[in-house]
Design a protein around this ligand. Structure first.
Ligand code: UDP
Length: 243
């Protein structure tokens, strides 16, 4: 089942279904793409048609962010719960840790993806992380990074360059990289490495992870104003019968 929120068509999946679906891509031929849009990304997709088309052409579009779940309640196909990208990753690691499935971590500040790889190998002994690279590189380095990834031969490439860069990067290069799955992971390496703490369970349960982030980083207020805009826009569209 699909749920359209503004310009983005989400897969209406529960966390376990998302993992099962993601892992099923390992048996497929072509490169598969997984994105986890949050309200900020949906808002950008309204203004940026190219970004919207990148998002919507993914094979699995997961509802990340409580705002997406609230917005879906105004549509015919309600989404039961959010599927945080970070939890999807942890569940995938846990499911494949004893297999040959290998990962490449691309993104975040220098040292962070490496630290995330070490942490994840400690947490999931047997997990195969075959390479990593930070996310602060210019277009002139793309070819070298692609060559490095192809030498490492990962099955799954996690790309955490922030949106919309990571989505564009994946679409531009997925056919030049010999991997089965590409996942846009945003700031996940910061969390996996321990550099950034996730909101305590209390905030997560109440759907207030955004508030925790705001309290920790008040500078995000400017960024988060888009969340309020998103909810108001969804309500406005609902009233006008356009949702
Ligand atoms: N980042 C990067 N290269 C860049 C810009 C950002 O690797 O040129 C990384 C940044 O270090 C962070 C992630 O991309 O790890 C974006 O994090 P954010 O919390 O903004 O995630 P989002 O909201 O996009 O999921």
């Amino acid at each position: 089942m699909k749920t359209k929120i503004l310009n983005v068509v989400f897969d209406n999946v529960l966390p376990q279904q998302a993992v099962t679906e993601a892992l099923s891509f390992l048996d497929d031929e072509g490169p598969r793409v997984i994105f986890t849009p949050n309200p900020e990304m949906v808002m950008l997709a309204r203004k940026d048609d190219e970004f919207a088309s990148f998002l919507n052409s993914a094979d699995l579009i997961i509802p990340d962010g409580i705002g997406i779940v609230y917005a879906s309640r105004l549509t015919a196909n309600k989404i039961a719960q959010r599927v945080p990208g970070i939890e999807l990753l942890l569940d995938i690691f846990d499911s494949v840790k004893d297999t040959n499935c290998s990962f490449y971590f691309l993104g975040a500040a220098p040292g962070v993806a490496d630290a995330a790889a070490v942490k994840m190998q400690e947490k999931f002994p047997g997990l195969n992380i075959c390479g990593s690279h930070h996310g602060y590189f210019g277009e002139d380095e793309d070819a070298a990074i692609i060559a490095e990834i192809n030498t490492a031969k990962p099955d799954i490439v996690l790309v955490g360059l922030g949106f919309p860069r990571q989505e564009k990067w994946i679409f531009q290069y997925k056919n030049q990289i010999d991997a089965k799955i590409f996942i846009g992971v945003g700031g996940s390496f910061d969390v996996l490495s321990g550099k950034l703490r996730r909101a305590p369970k209390f905030f997560q349960k109440l759907g207030l992870e955004w508030l925790f982030r705001l309290l920790r980083q008040p500078s995000r207020l400017w960024r988060q104003r888009v969340l309020a805009k998103f909810m108001l826009l969804v309500i406005y569209k609902k009233i006008r019968g356009e949702l």
